[in-house]
Each structure stands twice: as C-alpha cells, then as structure tokens.
Design a protein around this ligand. Structure first.
Ligand SMILES: [Zn+2]
Length: 235
C-alpha cells in the first residue's frame, strides 16, 4: 500500500484525535500532512485523495462527483459526435452508390470502409441512462478505495525473488487487481448479463476508472514528495 494512502487516513476526522497519543512522536503531524495535501495541484487527483483516503467509504463529495461528470460528458459528447459524423459519412457514400448505375470498385470499397468505421464509432458511443451514469461514478470511487489488494504481493507491488525485489507478476506492479464483471454489475445496479450485452457500459466504467486511478496516483506521489518521502531514493 503506498505511503500516501496510509498517511492521509490519519487526517480522517475520526483518526485526528488519536494522532500523537501513546508513546513516541508521530512520524508526521497533522499540520505536516495538511500542508502537504495543500501542495497537491487542485483538481481530480487531489479531490480523489481527499474523498478516498481522508473521508473514506460512504462519502461522495459533490465537487468530485461534478469533476467526474464533466470529464465523462466531455468525452461522451465527442464520441457521440464521432458516431453521428460516421453515420452521415456512410449515408452520403451509400447515396452516391445508389445514384450510380455502375459504381467503381473503389466506390464500393469506400462504403465498406465507412460501414466498419460507423460500427466502431457506434460501439464507442456510451449509452443513455442517467441512473447508471451516476452509479458508475460512485462505483468507480468505491473500487479505488476498496483497493482490492493483489493476493500475491499483498498490495506491495513487488515480491521477493531470492534476494531481489521484483515487480509482482500477478498484478504487473499495480498492487491491486480489477474487480470481477459480476461485482461491478452489482455495484452499478445492473445484471451481469446486461453489462455483458452492453459493452459500452464496461467501456465507460474502465475509461473513467483508468483516468481516476492515474490522477489519484499522480496526486499521491506529489503529496509524498511534499513530505520528503522518496527524495532520498531519487538523490
Ligand atoms: Zn501483486
């Protein structure tokens, strides 16, 4: 488990009162941790750090939900436009074919190519369903904070091969494994069959999860650098 997650959990309102209690000085004070969090760039990554590791399960902050919604809508709009443009281009090419008595081989090939492009664009255009869209954003957040540690490396990202520490082959050094399709379907309130038959839902889920994981990781590394963690290794 990366240090930043464990450290940020100390800022959870329920944990703050216990910081420094008991023997020995704490590794970092709440001021250190708050200061380092303040140094992380504003945006998705920092919002994820706060929602996932400071607030914890059951919290879906409006600011973060809106950031995720805006990201999806921007990408969704461009995919819908691409779908519409591909369908229109195919229609125009088919009209040309219908108009000509003896279309050339190239004209026929052009229609075949545009058909494939239109099918691809249709598969990339995410479906309409307000409830499922909202539920996917919540489930993505839950999947990140659920961590789902890789059993081989216990989330440590590496394993020992004799005296050598090597990248965990099971999770490719990510420290976690993806949730099953059945589990994801359950989290967004659809049957596993519905998810399997509507590939676009899986595509949307994985697109959003990938971007969120990347932003969370990047922000976590910024947070660690602000605390001086890892600087000795880099030197
Ligand atoms: Zn692993």
């Amino acid at each position: 488990m990366p240090d930043y997650r464990r450290l940020l959990a100390k800022l959870n309102p329920r944990a703050v009162n216990f910081l420094g209690a008991g023997g020995g000085a704490p590794e970092h004070t709440t001021d250190d941790l708050n200061g380092a969090l303040g140094m992380v760039s504003d945006g998705l990554g920092r919002q994820l750090l706060e929602a996932c590791w400071v607030l914890g399960p059951g919290h879906y902050p409006t600011l973060l939900m809106d950031t995720m919604k805006d990201m999806v809508h921007k990408e969704w709009t461009s995919r819908r436009i691409a779908d519409e443009v591909a369908r229109l281009s195919l229609h125009i090419a088919e009209e040309d074919l219908a108009f000509r008595r003896n279309p050339t081989h190239d004209q026929k090939m052009q229609v075949t190519r545009l058909k494939l492009e239109a099918e691809g664009a249709k598969l990339r255009a995410w479906p309409y369903n307000p409830e499922v869209h909202v539920q996917i954003r919540r489930a993505v957040l839950d999947e990140i904070r659920g961590q789902n540690h890789c059993e081989t490396c216990q989330g440590r990202e590496s394993v020992w091969d004799g005296d050598l520490s090597v990248t965990c082959p099971e999770c490719n050094g990510r420290g976690f494994v993806a949730l099953s399709g059945r589990k994801r379907a359950e989290m967004i309130g659809l049957s596993e069959g519905a998810i399997r038959n509507t590939h676009q839902w899986v595509d949307l889920y994985e697109w959003l999860l990938g971007r969120c994981r990347q932003a969370e990781r990047y922000a976590g590394e910024q947070f660690e650098r602000s605390l001086g963690i890892g600087l000795d290794k880099a030197a």
